[in-house]
Design a protein around this ligand. Structure first.
Ligand SMILES: [Zn+2]
Length: 95
C-alpha cells in the first residue's frame, strides 16, 4: 500500500519538524534567559529557526487536513473528487 506509506512519511516528517522546532525554540529561549548578553546571536538564531520549523510544520498539518476533507454531492450524497465539476452519479453541478 504505497498511498498509506506516503501519508505516514509526511506525518513522520511533520512530527520530526515539530520536535526539532520545539527543542530549538526551548533551548534558544533558555539560553537567552540564562545568558542575557545582546551579542549572543546563536540563541536568537536558534529561536528563529525553531519558530520557522514550527510554522512550516503547522502549515503542512493544515494543508494535509484540507486535502483529507471529502466533498459530497448536495443532491445524491455521492463522494466527489476535488477536481470534479459535476457529480459522477447524478451529474449535479458542483458549486
Ligand atoms: Zn449527485
Amino acid at each position: 500500500m504505497p498511498k498509506k506509506k506516503s501519508v505516514f512519511d509526511k506525518y513522520t516528517w511533520i512530527v520530526t519538524e515539530l520536535i526539532v522546532g520545539i527543542a530549538a525554540l526551548g533551548y534558544g529561549l533558555f539560553g537567552i534567559i540564562k545568558t542575557p548578553t545582546p551579542t549572543n546571536y546563536a540563541y536568537i538564531i536558534l529561536v528563529c529557526l525553531g519558530s520557522i520549523g514550527l510554522l512550516v510544520a503547522i502549515i503542512q498539518i493544515i494543508i494535509l487536513r484540507k486535502k483529507k476533507v471529502n466533498k459530497f454531492c448536495s443532491k445524491c450524497g455521492e463522494k466527489i473528487k476535488k477536481e470534479d465539476k459535476f457529480c459522477p452519479k447524478c451529474s449535479e453541478k458542483i458549486g
